[in-house]
Design a protein around this ligand. Structure first.
Ligand SMILES: [Ca+2]
Ligand SMILES: [Ca+2]
Length: 565
């Protein structure tokens, strides 16, 4: 492709040169190119009337008041003239245009029509080459540096161009950026206005063309040089208007897919580098994205579709570095990396987390939510259900209804239970932990010493319980829950009879005329996601219910009721 043709609607012709901040794209539309931003325009209209002006005598609009120079070959032989249809019937004296003077005016008019302006009054820089100009000579070059507002931008050019006699040699327009004295090419092949014109008006091909390359520019000012690479004056009959210096910096976007998933499951973080709509090549952009703590990078997962691209993920410091090229005509390319979280939560990445961005506009924010199992760990030294006694839970610990790890523990030296009796030391703890591999454990322990109830009917040196719910993390999310419960009994005696330390779960001992006692009570809760273990569960005929050393551990989902029952 010799040059990218871009529609006039995309780049409306400005009537004045504009020098503004270089903010090309807005994030949020990955893969949809935005128009480049015009940094500078020359329309050759400042102070112009019917008279013909030579290029070196022209001064552009304020504030820059740009002036121009050219190689002598492009300032003679019917070249280097600012012409409109209103120009006099004959060319200025000393300018040899042969019988083609009217054709110069036709090209200016056609360019005016193409740009949506006035065909009669529009001026363009015409060059009908009544002699051979020689190859590689400068047809136009800025004299005053054009200030740039920011570093590390991709700059390119567009121009409205007209040509006649395309059956003969074509004008070949090559744009260079002048960077502190050196000329840097913004093309790989020059613009040929005879190829793929926007339209043909009365035999004149016209269109808006962009360079097919660009320059990654770091200086604070730039110059423009237009070289016509066509050596022959046989044909090579053209005119230009609306020379534009464009900020054509690609847009970086980022997004997660999926955006909601369980802990441990992978989501893909996609970086999309979207070209600007002139689709010039953009070589050598790069960036590093730093992920928030809590997100885990799959270090081997980084990949990119970008030309000459490299994508590397550093799992240890949570960063992704991508560099590459957009080829001429390429709309976008992507880099991807797989990410997960073990602790859960919502994580946001924003443009502020992009460091070392070169030749890219920063992305907006994107977020992903990892849903983690909810801890429900609780333990009680003693609980009484009795409106008459009015004694609540004693020595309770809880780490419940949160996906975050943590623990809680308590100790009470003694507890009086009124007419029921008394207890010695009560200790409880409850915790939720997340292992390095993401496995979760909800655990609870309760222990009570010195038990003496109902005047010695029930006594023990020590009873205790433990409950645990454990859930490994798989590559697709939380795995199956394993429940563990245990009761410890030291010297438990009921009505004078010793109770075995390894009493089977849910063993009921009748207490004639008093009630009943369940030893080592184990109950599955929350649909199999948890377990409650109670050392002694005493129900009296009076309606009083007492539990001693009760531990509960469960791992719930966010839609379960918490605490579980
Ligand atoms: Ca013009
Ligand atoms: Ca010619």
């Amino acid at each position: 492709m010799a040059a990218a043709l871009i529609g006039a609607a995309v780049l409306a012709a400005g009537s004045l040169a504009g020098i503004g901040p270089a903010e090309a794209n807005a994030p949020g539309h990955p893969g949809i190119p935005s128009p480049p931003t015009t940094v500078f325009t020359e329309d050759f209209e400042n102070g112009q009337g019917a008279a013909v002006t030579t290029l070196p005598d022209y001064t552009g609009a304020a504030p820059l008041a740009e002036t121009y120079t050219a190689d002598p070959a492009w300032l003679t032989s019917c070249n280097g003239l600012l012409v409109s249809e209103q120009a006099p019937a004959s060319p200025p004296s000393g300018v040899y245009c042969g019988s083609y003077w009217a054709a110069n005016k036709q090209m200016a008019a056609a360019l005016g029509t193409w740009a949506g302006g006035d065909a009669t009054t529009n001026h363009s820089l015409t060059a009908y080459t009544s002699g051979d100009p020689g190859a590689g000579r400068t047809e136009l070059q800025t004299v005053r540096p054009i200030p740039l507002s920011s570093d590390s931008r991709f700059l390119t050019f567009s121009v409205d161009a007209a040509a006649q006699n395309c059956f003969a040699n074509h004008p070949l327009l090559a744009f260079y950026l002048l960077d502190a004295g050196s000329a840097r090419a913004a093309f790989s092949s020059p613009i040929d206005p005879c190829q793929n014109p926007g339209t043909v008006i009365g035999g004149t091909s016209v269109g808006t063309y962009a360079s097919n390359g660009s320059v990654l520019f770091t200086g604070d000012s730039a110059g423009i040089r237009l070289v016509n690479e066509q050596a022959s004056g046989g044909g090579n009959d053209g005119a230009i208007d609306n020379v534009r210096l464009l900020d054509a910096t690609p847009q970086l976007d980022q997004g997660f897919g999926p955006t909601q998933l369980p802990v441990g499951a992978p989501t893909t973080l996609t970086f999309t580098i979207t070209n600007t709509s002139e689709l010039a090549a953009k070589d050598g952009w790069s960036f590093t994205a730093r992920l928030p703590a809590g997100l885990r990078l799959d270090g081997g997962s980084a990949a990119t579709s970008c030309g000459s691209g490299t994508a590397t993920a550093d799992a240890a410091n949570g960063s992704v570095t991508v560099r590459g090229d957009l080829g001429a005509g390429q709309q976008d390319c992507t880099a991807t990396v797989r990410v997960t979280s073990i602790t859960g939560g919502t994580y946001q990445v924003c443009g502020s987390a992009i460091t070392d961005a070169v030749g890219l506009d920063l992305p907006g924010c994107a977020s992903v939510t990892f849903t983690a199992p909810v801890f429900d760990a609780r333990s009680h030294g003693v609980r009484l259900t009795s409106p008459l006694l009015g004694i609540g839970p004693l020595a309770a610990s809880a780490h419940s209804c949160t996906p975050l790890p943590g623990d809680d523990s308590h100790s009470v030296l003694s507890a009086g239970l009124g007419s029921l009796g008394g207890l010695g030391v009560l200790t409880t703890d409850a915790s939720g932990t997340v292992d390095a591999d993401g496995a979760r454990t909800a655990a609870a322990h309760a222990q009570v010493s010195g038990i003496n109830l109902l005047g010695g009917l029930i006594s023990a040196d020590l009873v205790g319980t433990s409950a645990q719910a454990r859930q490994p993390l798989t590559g697709t999310g939380p795995g199956a829950i394993t429940l563990t419960g245990a009761t410890a009994l030291t010297n438990l005696r009921v009505a004078g009879v010793a109770v075995a330390a390894d009493t089977a779960p849910n063993t009921t001992i009748g207490l004639p005329l008093v009630g009943s006692l369940v030893v080592n009570q184990q109950t599955t809760i929350a649909g199999g996601k948890g377990i409650t273990v109670t050392a002694l569960s005493l129900t009296l005929l009076t309606g009083v219910h007492v539990t001693i050393a009760q531990s509960t551990a469960a791992l719930l989902t966010t839609t379960d009721t918490c605490p579980a029952s």
